[in-house]
Design a binder for this molecule. Structure first.
Ligand code: SF4
Length: 62
């Protein structure tokens, strides 16, 4: 399993991560980031891409 943590003190809810792994990251109706804390190993590459594009470097992938 891929473990995902977003530092919500850093996250500015821009949503770039959502384009890389839309099954893991999403903006809710109020524009706030919501995300899955675990994803299948097969999703690792896209989750790592999401971490790479985050302008705040708020996403940690383990
Ligand atoms: S890309 Fe980074 S700052 Fe933007 S919503 Fe995702 S985690 Fe938050």
């Amino acid at each position: 399993m891929v473990k995902i943590t977003v530092d919500m003190d850093k996250c500015q809810h821009y949503g770039q991560c959502c384009f890389e792994a839309e099954d893991v990251f999403a903006l809710d109706e109020s524009g706030k980031l919501v995300y899955s804390k675990e994803a299948d190993e097969s999703r690792r590459a896209d989750v790592e891409s999401a971490a790479d594009v985050c302008p705040m470097q708020a996403i940690t992938v383990e």
